[in-house]
Write a protein that binds this ligand. Structure first.
Ligand code: SPD
Length: 390
């Protein structure tokens, strides 16, 4: 049985100091009246004949002008589709001929896709901005993708519990908040009260089981069916209190469908911003559980049968520009592995401890990882039984 774990030390991302060295220039022997030199042709990337790029990403996970800016600069038409969880992406890749040139798997989940030959290696000689990436961050990804051959970081965050503060306080009716925020969604004592204002869970086995296993004191990426049994029993007790399963939680949270949710850090922050913008009085807060949030790192990869490989490299290199990495944090509250981007990230984002965690919360993070194919059956059965209320 294979198990892999990838630990992230977020605090290790530091600003690059980019000192420029002046080279001495030799003086010409005598002035020569030379004809003005022709301007050098701009060295652009090699593109495919067909000016098309097919991208498959998560919902609400791209900055507002990225696609339009890329299309304008490179004359490439981007077809952009979304998937709701790693399982859906995996099924497309395994079926083959997905038609996609770039997909955004989570690193831990991508390991079995790499092992199964579903991605082609990235040609780093085509990536002029590759040096913008934080080497420490990349060495963590190398835990699942040796030598960083196939995956280039898109963004990272953590799965956690979020709340609508006012609604939760009201529903708890004077009961104090638990020390470990996971209790709100996993302990019947709390969930039975929060049922009235709504509990929402992310909708996929690989999102819910790692945090459920961790909550019952087992390894989040356990390969032991007995551990899944325990997590399943815990989940069964709170099933009646879960109102909805969602992968597009920004709308659901901002729309008031739930007051407590298992969601992704950036999405919870985006929903909080939307509620504020529209004059809502309630505060939406991603909590930092003492039991830890679950780290994820999403990455760009090129499927083995992609048809527009040069265009894909052009897009990856474009995304690696510092300004595009910074926009990801500024607009979507998800940091990237782009070290050069740090200088352009707004102070209010850099100082937000639910985006760039402090040392204590970083130390508590649950390492990201993935399940092998050996345990996939147990994983899916446990989740499906939970969802069906069996
Ligand atoms: N708005 C979508 C954010 C996508 C985050 N991907 C999370 C993967 C966690 N396993």
């Amino acid at each position: 049985m294979k198990k892999h774990v990838l630990v992230i030390a977020m605090s290790a991302i530091l600003l690059a100091s980019c000192g420029k060295k002046e080279e001495p220039v030799a003086a010409p022997a005598a002035p020569v009246a030379a004809a003005p030199a022709a301007p050098a042709a701009p060295a652009g990337p090699v593109l495919d004949d067909e000016k098309i790029l097919n991208v498959y990403n998560w919902p609400d996970y791209i900055t507002e002008t990225l696609v339009a800016d890329f299309e304008k600069e490179f004359g490439i038409k981007v077809n952009y589709d979304t998937f709701e969880n790693n399982e859906a992406l995996h099924a497309k890749l395994v079926a083959g001929n997905s038609g996609y040139d770039i997909v955004i798997p989570t690193a831990g989940f991508a390991k079995k896709q790499i092992d199964g030959g579903l991605y082609q290696p990235i040609d780093k000689t085509k990536l002029t901005n590759y040096a913008n990436l934080d080497t420490d961050f990349m060495s963590k990804i190398a835990g699942v993708d040796p030598e960083n051959k196939h995956l280039v970081p898109w963004a990272w965050g953590f799965t956690t519990v979020g709340i609508n503060k006012q609604k939760v306080e009201k529903a708890l009716g004077g009961m104090p908040m638990p020390e470990n925020a996971w209790d709100l969604v996993f302990k019947p004592e709390y969930s039975s009260k929060l049922k009235s204002c709504g509990i929402a869970y992310l909708d996929s086995p690989s999102e819910i089981l790692p945090v459920a296993l961790h909550y019952v004191g087992k390894p989040p990426y356990s390969e032991n069916p007995e551990d899944f049994k325990l997590a399943g029993e815990m989940l069964k007790k709170v099933r009646k209190d879960v109102r909805l399963f969602s992968s597009t939680m920004i709308d659901d949270i901002a729309g008031g469908k739930a007051c407590a949710f298992v969601g992704w850090s950036g999405d919870i922050n985006i929903a909080a911003g939307r509620v504020k913008e529209t004059g809502g009085k309630d505060e939406i807060v991603p909590l930092l559980p003492t039991g830890g949030g679950l780290v994820f790192i999403d990455t760009m990869a090129i499927p083995k049968d992609a048809k527009h490989v040069n265009n894909a490299h052009a897009f990856i290199d474009f995304y690696l520009r510092a300004a595009n990495g910074a926009a990801m944090a500024n607009e979507l509250n998800y940091p990237t592995g782009n070290k050069a981007a740090l200088a352009d990230i707004k102070d209010e984002v850099k100082n937000n401890k639910t985006i760039f965690l402090g040392a204590e919360d970083t130390a508590r993070l649950i390492p990201t990882g993935g399940y092998s194919n050996d345990i996939a059956g147990t994983l899916n059965e446990t989740y499906n039984a939970f969802k069906r209320g069996k």
